[in-house]
Design a protein around this ligand. Structure first.
Ligand code: FEO
Ligand code: CA
Ligand code: CA
Length: 608
């Protein structure tokens, strides 16, 4: 199509850079979307609630007419023989192995008959909170390290609603902890590859543990996808002269870990002794939440990077498409397309085992394409190497360096996909860790981007299997009170809904977009008026965004799921009081605890 005839909505990013032009951008967006999605116009105006004002309270704030309660908190026992959370010791290795993990993140709700099973990621631990009983807030001794490993992974919990309040069903046969020590299978192209072989696993087919599980996903066949993100932070080198190879540098594996000290009790985390162990992490893991005896499966076909979440859709021909972000400055967006097609009730084992990886190239004019990571294009030997050194493969084909891709979400009512680009203070100033340039432009339009934006793309002919797409920016976050330049954000960023660092992202059944933030919560300077991290609802048709919830002190809001009757919204409150002086949810002088909360409407009605 000649440039002059491109739809207005594709001419976006540059236009969002002044208040006046941003207004034009949003107007263009509405026209473009209405043209593209005529059937969705009815969705505008749903979610009739009064927007919540930004605040800095140490509690959860929801709109008038809604209420919230805690479903599960870090350290809550999942079995009746477990110990209640001890605010003095903050638990032991043994108690933590029988309890809900820490720092809950992505989650998905599953159903078995009339029972509700919630699979929840426990991404990491805050040393100052988990070990706040120690003088240096660091693990002291083997049991502290075990406590830390057991606080990671996944908690699969049956939950039930009693007297209007959801809680954990103790001793449910579905309850399960998957931790940094749980045995699991390695599947896909990298299975058995030389780079995955270790002393403990000379075949390169079995691995212990999954950790730093960030966002989530679910498959049409009812399994849970958990995404390994900052796996690098758990490895260390006992040899101070250890030479770090370029791949370790690209993935952030260093001589020192991030204070977890796992190598002190488990030498596979010592890269001087077991240099291949890091190659066995950084994948997406598939779990059957309804079969507690099942072995989790690392799906190497989906690539190895700092996985954020996994948004699964179907191409028009039935192939499985998984959209994925790699959350680091200047890293890339990916999609996986299965070789085989999905059919309900059919064989599913191969669908995340055999397929092709693509990475995204965006141009500056609203168009983009998915570039296949093939051996020919990347110069790599085979699919296995591409699946292990995925970042290097994507650099080789000159993928677009992005402002930290976080969650990806596909609109259930329309073939369009959104991704939070949370921020990138190095945009326009430095290169990424692989030496790729990070120029200002395209979907990353601001230098030293402190606020973030949400990009969206529409696959050609509405088919997720297509290799071409058009794109625009749904919102450019900012502060229109403090700034009048590009930092003010797009026109749909107002003094009443402003936020920074969009991260969690999910569509509800009505086609509304829920946005969760993991940003600066100082409420000062560039962030004055933003308050704490929060959750907002965006209308893809009008571009309107309303704040629905504000979180407690120092938390990140991440993880979202709906009850099957749509009367309850489950939301994750991660690391409240993460800097040490918050007390959510217990108040008083209690230890702050990451929690899943339930939000309901006071009139018992459905929403979303
Ligand atoms: Fe775990 Fe990129 O957030
Ligand atoms: Ca995140
Ligand atoms: Ca984040």
């Amino acid at each position: 199509m000649p440039a002059g005839k491109e739809p207005e909505f594709t001419k976006l990013a540059e236009r969002a850079l002044t208040r006046r032009e941003a207004l034009m951008s949003t107007a263009a967006f509405v026209i473009g979307t209405a043209t593209f999605l005529p059937s969705q116009a009815f969705a505008a105006g749903r979610h009739d609630f009064t927007a919540v004002a930004a605040n800095t309270l140490d509690t959860v704030t929801v709109p008038k007419g809604f209420s919230w309660h805690v479903v599960a908190s870090w350290g809550d026992p999942l079995w009746s023989d477990g110990e209640a959370f001890d605010h003095e010791s903050r638990g032991t290795g043994a108690s933590q192995e029988r309890a809900f993990g820490d720092n809950n993140d992505g989650m998905e709700l599953f159903r078995s008959g009339d029972r509700n099973i919630l699979a929840v990621n426990n991404e990491f631990v805050n040393l100052g909170v988990l070990y706040g009983n120690r003088s240096l807030s660091r693990p002291v001794g083997a049991d502290d390290i075990l406590k830390g490993k057991a606080a990671h992974g996944i908690s699969v919990i049956e939950i039930a609603e009693r007297d209007g309040k959801w809680g954990v069903v103790l001793d449910s046969p579905f309850n399960r902890r998957i931790t940094a020590d749980t045995p699991m299978e390695i599947t896909g192209p990298a299975r058995g590859h030389a780079l995955l072989k270790t002393a403990a696993d000379p075949a390169g087919t079995r691995v212990l543990g999954t950790f730093n599980n960030c966002g989530s996903g679910r498959t049409p066949w009812g399994t849970y996808l958990t995404c390994e993100e900052n796996f690098n932070g758990y490895f260390s080198a006992s040899d101070p002269n250890e030479q770090l190879n370029p791949v370790f540098k690209r993935y952030g594996v260093k001589h020192a870990d991030r204070g977890f000290r796992w190598a002190a009790t488990d030498e596979r985390f010592d890269i001087s002794k077991h240099p291949n162990e890091p190659n066995r992490h950084g994948y997406i893991v598939e779990i059957d939440p309804l079969d507690p005896s099942s072995s989790p499966k690392k799906r190497t076909a989906l690539g190895r990077f700092k996985h954020e979440n996994a948004e699964v859709v179907l191409a028009d021909d039935g192939r499985v498409v998984v959209y994925m972000g790699d959350d680091e400055r200047g890293e890339f967006l990916y999609k996986y397309v299965s070789d085989d097609r999905y059919s309900a009730g059919g064989e599913t084992e191969k669908l995340l085992v055999s397929g092709t990886l693509y990475t995204a190239q965006f141009d500056d004019h609203g168009k983009g394409k998915w570039v296949e990571l093939s051996p020919a294009a990347t110069g790599m030997a085979d699919r296995a190497e591409i699946c292990i050194h995925t970042r290097l493969a994507a650099s080789a084909v000159k993928a677009t360096t992005m402002d930290r891709p976080e969650w990806v979400a596909a609109n259930p009512l329309s073939p369009e996909v959104y991704c939070c680009l949370t921020n990138n203070k190095h945009r326009g100033r430095r290169k990424n860790k692989g030496g790729d340039a990070m120029p200002v432009g395209g979907p990353n339009p601001r230098e030293a981007n402190n606020y973030g934006q949400i990009v969206r793309w529409r696959p050609e002919n509405g088919d997720h299997g297509a290799l071409n797409f058009t794109w625009d920016l749904f919102v450019v976050a900012g502060n229109p009170v403090v700034h009048t330049d590009a930092r003010a954000g797009s026109a749909n960023m107002t003094p009443h809904n402003m936020f920074n660092a969009p991260d969690g992202l999910a569509f509800d059944s009505t086609g509304m977009l829920w946005i969760q933030t993991d940003g600066k919560y100082t409420d000062e300077g560039d962030f004055a008026g933003h308050g704490h991290n929060q959750m907002l609802v965006g209308d893809p048709v009008t571009g309107e965004i309303k704040r629905f919830m504000v979180g407690p002190k120092q938390c990140e809001v991440t993880g979202i799921a709906w009850s099957f009757d749509r009367r309850t919204l489950f939301v994750g409150i991660q690391h409240p009081g993460g800097k040490g002086d918050g007390h959510f949810p217990g108040g008083g002088n209690t230890v702050p605890r990451s929690s899943v909360i339930a939000i309901t409407k006071d009139d018992g009605g459905t929403f979303s």
